[in-house]
Design a protein around this ligand. Structure first.
Ligand SMILES: [Zn+2]
Length: 231
């Protein structure tokens, strides 16, 4: 069974038993499109090159780079891109998810809700601001709660589309927790919709991935009730 369901078009959930994810084409299609040489340049060199190019963009826009307020901007933007906003592109920053024995034999769903995140829309390079709710039903092992937040943040810290981010988080949870029983719901505001184009400041986007036992209507309803609870 390859359980999957999403509110937006999302296809290609991998089979968790695939040892080598790189060979799994359905998984690969969910990967952020990166070139093979993506990490041949080290971070310092990337900052240096981006700084140079961002300076050119500012110059083309007619900004005076001699101005005190502007002259440090290319370096600030470059550092922010490499070390913060897009840190999650580099697999070396993937969070290690240490598991613990499920000593309490807890077999119900665990929900970590309202995980706030910031990402960047890969089509316009402006922010996506949102909340993720993730849930799983443990097997023999459980994960430290903060790891769930870190997994969300890791996939948020790259140029993204919300549909892909939803699936990437679900896939990593399945892989790490060794279960198909995971759910991810993301609600986010896309500033590319608010700041440009249709300039709608009230719409938000919801995506979801329900896998394994979360495909069952009652289990899913339980999850949605927990998310709706005011805590
Ligand atoms: Zn966009």
């Amino acid at each position: 069974m390859r359980p999957k369901e999403t509110l937006l078009s999302t296809k290609g959930t991998p089979n968790k038993h695939e040892e080598d994810m790189d060979l799994d084409h359905s998984f690969f299609s969910m990967e952020t499109p990166l070139r093979a040489d993506a990490f041949e340049l080290d971070d310092d060199l990337k900052v240096e090159l981006i700084e140079k190019h961002f300076k050119e963009i500012m110059q083309i826009l007619g900004l005076d780079l001699n101005d005190d307020s502007l002259k440090g901007t290319p370096n600030r933007v470059a550092k922010m891109y490499v070390k913060e906003l897009f840190k999650g592109l580099n697999p070396k920053n993937k969070p290690e998810a240490k598991l613990f024995d499920n000593k309490y034999n807890y077999k119900n769903m665990l929900v970590e809700k309202n995980i706030s995140f910031h990402s960047v829309c890969e089509h316009h390079f402006v922010p996506i601001i949102g909340k993720a709710h993730v849930a799983y039903i443990p097997n023999n092992e459980v994960v430290g709660l903060s790891k769930l937040n870190r997994i969300v943040r890791y996939f948020a810290q790259r140029p993204q589309v919300q549909e892909r981010m939803t699936i990437q988080i679900a896939n990593m949870l399945k892989e790490v927790l060794n279960t198909q029983d995971v759910a991810v719901i993301i609600e986010a505001d896309h500033l590319c919709v608010a700041m440009r184009g249709v300039q709608d400041i009230t719409s938000s986007t919801i995506t979801s991935e329900f896998s394994g036992k979360f495909q069952d209507a009652r289990t899913r309803e339980e999850l949605l009730n927990y998310i709706a609870l005011k805590s």
